[in-house]
Design a protein around this ligand. Structure first.
Ligand code: ZN
Ligand code: MN
Length: 500
């Protein structure tokens, strides 16, 4: 493949000679009930080609109509990105042939996007970068091709291809940034943070599931290099459909190294699309692309213009959620988390879950402890998202209440989580069924203490001689005897009482 012939320059070295410029295009698949221009369900997972009609199949004479809920979502996204909202705008036909696009044009927006001229402030390690948003426009998704018989799942080498039009016509919002310059060596992190923050915003708006691994949110990463200090923009490459935050960062890093290699050798960067490979972290050439690619855009004649009234726009503005970045700062202060604790919480995907657990009555530190230390590990082992680990925030708060009430300790709580994941009932039911409650009854504890003293006469003598620190060994023996289910504080008291 072409990758083997490429000369890569060390990233830091490349940054000594070149200024990177980033551009990010993110497609967000909306979670509306129906498609963008017809009444077909927009839900995922139906049998292939069962969620289609003459309109989304592009049959002659079919008439599209705009989905009002999708327009509402587009306006809310635009407002949340500090954009202007067009008073009047049209759809356009973007003409190109692709087998998974049955109309042979995509209904999109061209020079009249619904939202434009916005920004998002992106935080990277305490520094704020303002990312300017050029536009957010409405369009529709394509169908999905499956290539059968080849080794790679790509069309090359396949025996035949199948196409499913269920996805064709699902509403998309495409959000395009202006070139992001001035990030320097932080360009990879800025790209990642932008996509991550944008995803938070989309989730807060409730307009999409925004699952990158399922393609609800797809990022195209544009990158170019210019000689340091020149202030011009170089030729860009466009890495398509990068599907995780980490991959966004890696794709930028790789493209900086690759562009620098081409430029150092006196070559010209080819303006093209590239594919990112998760396994190797490299990009390979897709298709060449010119700036004025001839899509023969023209206004869509079958749809009326979209002209949202200013009253409606203001009504929608009033529905915007608190900005996720501001909210995060506010809650960090409320919860008393350090920067590191906050970063771990967000990094584990636990922020919203922790918030709900605290709302259900747990202390901030307890909520963090369970989600970030215990449940994130389980999710990781099971290869699922934290929210799908099988334990809810309300249950975590209930388990913590049992710990604080002295019914169980942290160690026993882990067994309660085992029971919750296995669907054995409520935390209280699991404690009862599994017999996990801590024993603080003096009769049972006293017997175990006497047994431990008898079995460890040397230790007992040390304690009699005043070496109280030695009590730990006896407490440990009692805890072991009682399978961890003893009230350790009461055991200590009993040991010292007997040996004083
Ligand atoms: Zn349809
Ligand atoms: Mn698009």
């Amino acid at each position: 493949m072409s990758a083997s012939t490429e000369v890569l320059v060390d990233f830091d070295e490349a940054l000594e000679r070149y200024d990177p410029a980033l551009g990010l295009e993110v497609h967000v698949e909306l979670n509306t009930a129906t498609k963008m221009f017809c009444g077909c369900p927009a839900t995922f997972g139906g049998e292939p080609n069962t969620q289609v009609c003459p309109t989304c199949l592009g049959l002659p004479g079919a008439m599209p109509a705009v989905n009002g809920k999708a327009v509402e979502a587009a306006i809310r996204i635009g407002l949340a990105l500090n954009c202007e909202i067009a008073e009047w705008c049209r759809f356009a036909r973007k003409n190109y042939f692709y087998p998974d696009m049955p109309k042979n044009f995509q209904t999109s927006q061209y020079d009249e996007p619904i939202a434009f001229d916005g920004y998002m402030d992106v935080e990277v390690d305490g520094t704020t970068f303002r990312v300017e948003i050029e536009r957010a426009h409405m369009e529709e998704d394509t169908g999905k091709s499956t290539h059968v018989g080849g080794a790679t799942g790509r069309i090359h080498g396949a025996d035949h291809s199948l196409v499913d039009y269920n996805r064709a016509g699902i509403p998309l919002i495409e959000i395009v940034t202006r070139p992001i310059v001035g990030a320097g060596a932080r360009a990879p992190e800025v790209a990642r943070a932008y996509v991550a923050q944008l995803r938070d915003l989309i989730l807060a708006l409730g307009v999409s599931e925004a699952r990158m691994d399922q393609g609800n949110l797809r990022a195209d990463v544009n990158l170019s290099l210019a000689p340091k200090g020149s202030g011009v923009l170089g030729t860009r490459s466009e890495t398509k459909n990068v599907n995780s935050f980490r991959s966004v960062e890696r794709a930028v890093r790789f493209e900086v190294a690759r562009h620098a290699g081409v430029l150092d050798a006196g070559g010209k960067v080819v303006q093209e699309t590239r594919h990112f490979h998760e396994d190797t972290g490299i990009t390979t050439s897709g298709r060449e692309k010119s700036d004025a690619e001839d899509y023969r855009y023209f206004p869509e004649p079958d749809l009326v213009p979209v002209a949202p009234s200013r009253e409606w726009v203001e009504e929608l503005r009033a529905t915007l959620p608190e900005n996720p970045t501001a909210k995060r700062a506010r809650l960090q202060a409320e919860w008393g988390y350090s920067d590191l604790e906050m970063r771990d919480t967000v990094g584990a995907g636990a922020f919203g879950l922790v918030e709900e657990t605290i709302a259900a009555g747990a202390s901030p530190q307890a909520a963090r402890k369970w989600w970030v230390a215990e449940l994130a590990r389980r999710a990781n082992d099971a290869g699922v998202e934290l929210a799908a680990v099988g334990v809810t925030p309300v249950q975590v708060a209930a388990v913590q209440a049992l710990v604080e009430g002295g019914t169980i300790n942290d160690k026993l709580a882990r067994q309660v989580f085992d029971g919750l994941v296995a669907g054995e009932g409520t935390p209280e039911e699991i404690v009862a069924a599994r017999g996990l409650a801590i024993v603080s009854d003096d009769g049972a504890l006293g017997a175990a203490v006497d047994k431990a003293i008898e079995a460890n006469p040397d230790v007992a003598q040390k304690i009699r001689d005043g070496k109280v620190a030695a009590a730990g060994a006896l407490i440990g023996a009692v805890m072991k005897e009682m399978r961890g289910q003893a009230d350790a504080g009461r055991v200590r008291e009993l040991v010292l009482e007997r040996l004083s």
